[in-house]
Design a protein around this ligand. Structure first.
Ligand SMILES: Cc1cc2nc3c(=O)[nH]c(=O)nc-3n(C[C@H](O)[C@H](O)[C@H](O)COP(=O)(O)O)c2cc1C
Length: 187
């Protein structure tokens, strides 16, 4: 049921040490490849990382250990790096629209298979490209962590005000605006 899947597709940042296989990562791309894209150009390419040492290095340049104080032992089991050709000649607004659709499909696919994700767009993409020795014709444009997580998360409905996430009795809580407060017109 789509409504249940989308409600359960929550960002998680604390992972257990379960392996994330290359075959699982490929299944995510098998779903992701059906994403809509500007004039069907399909400009996004994927680098699938589950090598433990590389995951440790990538984890260290994300904001998980700094902003979110995630211990290294709770690092994700894999990362999916999204890249595009430097000379693809597509405005950023189109690229990021396409990336959003691909990200939603990839994380929904992971969620449906019992995995969790966090999109880590604040990561320094140049450092990331250097870490994985990315072909200079490409640039890294996003990175998504994938792993098994037991982190409890919940949403709470709000009508407005502060949308910042917070801890409620230790549980990561994400306020979500109600449909009534999101709909500002009916014609
Ligand atoms: C485009 C985008 C970039 C994000 N970048 C980061 C990030 O750099 N670090 C992080 O911890 N979370 C990041 N997030 C996760 C958001 O904080 C998260 O989606 C938000 O708190 C709502 O939680 P939810 O995904 O469970 O609805 C990002 C999410 C999106 C959609």
């Amino acid at each position: 049921m789509f409504s249940e899947l989308v409600r359960n597709n929550r960002t998680r940042r604390i992972y257990n040490r379960s392996e994330v296989s290359q075959s699982l990562l490929k299944e995510l791309i098998e779903d992701c490849r059906f994403s809509a894209s500007t004039v069907n150009r399909q400009e996004i390419r994927y680098i699938l990382v589950n090598d433990d040492q590389m995951c440790r290095s990538i984890f260290r340049i994300t904001n998980l250990p700094t902003t979110h104080k995630v211990d290294e032992e709770n690092r994700p089991g894999a990362f999916v790096i999204m890249v595009t050709k430097r000379d693809m000649n597509l405005p950023d607004s189109f690229l990021y629209y396409n990336l959003g659709i691909a990200t939603a499909n990839l994380t929904l696919s992971a969620s449906s298979r019992g995995y969790s994700c966090v999109t880590l767009l604040s990561t320094n993409m140049e450092k990331l490209a250097a870490l994985v020795s990315l072909d200079p014709d490409y640039k890294a444009v996003s990175v998504i962590a994938v792993g098994k997580s037991e982190q409890a998360v919940q949403t709470t409905d709000i009508e407005g005000g502060d949308t910042s996430y917070y801890k409620d009795k230790g549980v990561h809580t994400v306020p979500k605006l109600t449909a009534d407060s999101l709909i500002i017109g009916k014609i």
